[in-house]
Design a protein around this ligand. Structure first.
Ligand SMILES: Nc1ncnc2c1ncn2[C@@H]1O[C@H](COP(=O)(O)OP(=O)(O)OP(=O)(O)O)[C@@H](O)[C@H]1O
Length: 605
């Protein structure tokens, strides 16, 4: 059943899709849609009316030439009417362009915004899910092309009405000329549809290769990566890989096109044949005085208009075919569930967090990353989590922050399961500093810090304090415009002052300052100081760990940080294998000791 409908031209779903697009547009701007429909109708009717008057003019001129004394006056009236119609059409086209702009701005904003909002509200595991990301890519193609789709629908509407009216206008003169023209139109419409179908099926199988190509292109294009790519002499290799991917894609598309050339030629020949037959017929009719002279112009214009518009219709249909198939993806994407904010919000920061037998497996993976982790964090305590790469430390933190839900077990905040708490209320008490921090390259240094807590108005004194705590204040003050300096050399402020690029460590300090500005009672850190020099790092952590008002959970590979913690948990392959203070763990002489042996003082126990 499904296969059968896929092999046919799916006109009904298409009509439905067009209906949905129009409904969406009408919601955004009903007046503009009404004007657009009216414009499309006028666009279809007006050329025919103009042709009709041109034919009348020609007949009147022929009659005047043959000596009819009234015919000259009639010809002048027809010419004036034709000119007035042209003037009206010119004015209407300008208004129509404006309406199209209004519609595409309004509806484009609605479609794009709602898609981004949904993307940003998805459950976190979806960002690791290939199918979701593929679907998002395709949905974005639709939202990017939305204004164009609307334009095409309007064009298709005009073209359809034009073809129907042209056939109707021919019917008035001769039913069989109308039939011949109609028959000549059908094959090329059908062929073009099949071609675009095949190209689309090909497009949808090429998501991975296109993504790979795009990744290569963005990596090559990004200034921060160019140094390595050039130094390692990998440019040529990547360019070659990219061209291979592109060529494979293009060859397949060209192959489709080539296979369709003979069929297309046949369809074109059919159209020209129909035109010649119609013209020969009307010439014969005029010579036999069965039709007026102006009828030649009428038939010639209307037949060529019917065929020409049908060809335009074919290309509009094949381009909208692609757009509408992305509409399906867009709608499917917009139906992805987003977690509902049903949980009761926390009334205040919890005084105790318990992780109970947490197990976790990433979506789409068979590997259990966390295999039953239990630990407790009391408010004001400073915890360090250590372990080799891949032991599961970052995953544990993501679960603690409520970004992922455990496959089994629970995170309890004062005994309440985090799964039943409104997570935004938990996030208000959290500052998460990670090694993959965000760089707000479009913003000033001050705003990079302020973005830690945009819920309240920007406070300069708080920004400066946060910058000082993160050892960022000195370098920011040395920037030509201090806290108002842009931090990317690609940016310029409204007064034309250029931004200054930052070093890796300076960016990291700025990100730390942003987290301090948040002023959260729980600080979660995932190696946030990897690029910060040892002295500054020491000062930052000493200040942070001296402050007993905050709870700290820190992932670290640096002994200097770990030593400051009240309790250290050592993770191995998703399990806590040792826990205690640094001193206790060293004395245990177990896995922790072996891991840090090289960093320990030779005078140790
Ligand atoms: N998004 C993901 N999807 C699937 N598997 C993942 C994902 N992120 C991490 N993993 C896997 O989970 C395991 C634990 O990763 P995690 O990042 O928690 O380790 P980690 O202890 O923080 O390591 P590191 O010290 O290198 O940061 C690894 O085997 C990793 O391959």
């Amino acid at each position: 059943m499904v296969e059968r409908s896929a092999s046919r031209l799916p006109l009904i779903p298409y009509a439905r899709a067009v209906g949905r697009i129009l409904a969406l547009s009408a919601k955004a701007s009903p007046g503009a849609v009404a004007m657009k429909v009216l414009g499309s109708l006028i666009g279809a009717v007006l050329p025919l009316v103009t042709t009709y008057f041109a034919a009348l003019t020609t007949t009147a001129l022929a009659e005047a030439y043959a000596g009819d004394p009234d015919a000259g006056g009639r010809a002048v009236v027809y010419v004036v009417v034709t000119a007035a119609l042209g003037l009206f059409w010119g004015a209407f086209t300008s208004v129509d362009r404006y309406i199209q702009q209004v519609l595409s701005f309004r509806v484009g904003a609605i479609v794009g915004d709602s898609m981004y909002q949904r993307f940003l509200a998805l459950e976190f595991w979806r960002y690791d899910d290939k199918e979701t990301v593929d679907l998002y890519d395709r949905a974005r193609r639709f939202s990017d092309s939305y204004p164009r789709v609307l334009d095409r629908i309007a064009a298709i509407f005009t073209q359809l009405v034009s073809v129907v009216l042209a056939i109707g206008a021919l019917l008035l003169v001769s039913w069989w000329v109308a039939l011949i023209v109609l028959v000549a139109i059908v094959p090329s419409v059908y062929l073009q549809f099949r071609l675009s179908r095949e190209q689309m099926a090909h497009w949808n199988t090429q998501v991975d290769s296109r993504r790979q190509r795009r990744m290569i292109e963005t990596n090559i294009m990004r200034p921060q990566y160019i140094a390595e790519i050039r130094l390692y002499g990998v440019v040529e290799y990547l360019m070659l890989l990219r061209s291979r991917l592109r060529e494979a894609d293009e060859l397949r598309r060209l192959d489709f096109q080539r296979r369709y050339i003979p069929k297309q030629l046949l369809a074109d020949a059919l159209q020209y044949g129909a035109e010649v037959i119609a013209l020969l017929w009307v010439v014969g009719q005029i010579i036999a005085r069965a039709q007026p002279v102006g009828q030649f112009l009428y038939i010639q214009q209307i037949v060529s208009r019917a065929l020409g518009t049908a060809n335009d219709l074919v290309s509009s249909l094949s381009s909208i075919d692609e757009d509408l198939s992305n509409l399906k993806d867009y709608e499917q994407f917009m139906k992805l569930p987003v977690p509902e904010a049903t949980g009761e919000p926390l009334s205040g920061p919890p005084s105790r967090i318990d992780l109970k037998d947490i197990r976790f497996t990433y979506a789409g993976s068979d590997l259990e990353v966390l295999k039953g982790i239990s630990l407790s964090i009391e408010r004001g305590r400073h915890i360090a989590i250590v372990g080799e790469n891949g032991a599961g430390k970052s995953t544990l933190i993501r679960i603690l922050a409520g970004l992922y839900r455990p496959s089994s077990g629970a995170v309890l905040l004062d005994g309440r399961d985090l799964g039943t708490v409104g997570t935004p209320s938990w996030h208000r008490y959290l500052a998460v500093m990670s090694q993959d921090f965000l760089k707000y390259e479009f913003a000033t240094a001050g705003n990079n810090i302020y973005f830690g807590d945009v819920a309240s108005p920007r406070e300069e004194e708080r920004i400066e304090r946060a910058a000082a705590d993160a050892e960022a204040a000195d370098f920011i003050r040395r920037l030509p415009n201090g806290f108002e300096n842009h931090v990317s050399n690609w940016m310029e402020d409204p007064r034309g002052r250029k931004g200054s690029g930052l070093s890796g460590g300076q960016w990291q300090r700025l990100a730390m300052a942003r987290n301090f500005y948040r002023d959260a009672p729980f600080i979660v850190m995932d190696e946030p100081t990897s690029a910060i020099d040892a002295l500054a790092e020491h000062r930052i952590f000493t200040r942070l760990f001296d402050d007993r008002s905050r709870t700290i959970v820190a992932i670290s590979h640096r002994l200097a940080t770990i030593e400051k913690a009240d309790v250290v948990y050592m993770l191995e392959d998703g399990r806590v294998v040792e826990s205690g203070t640094h001193r206790e763990l060293v004395e245990l002489r177990g896995r922790y000791y072996r891991m840090f042996e090289s960093q320990l003082q030779p005078t140790g126990p």
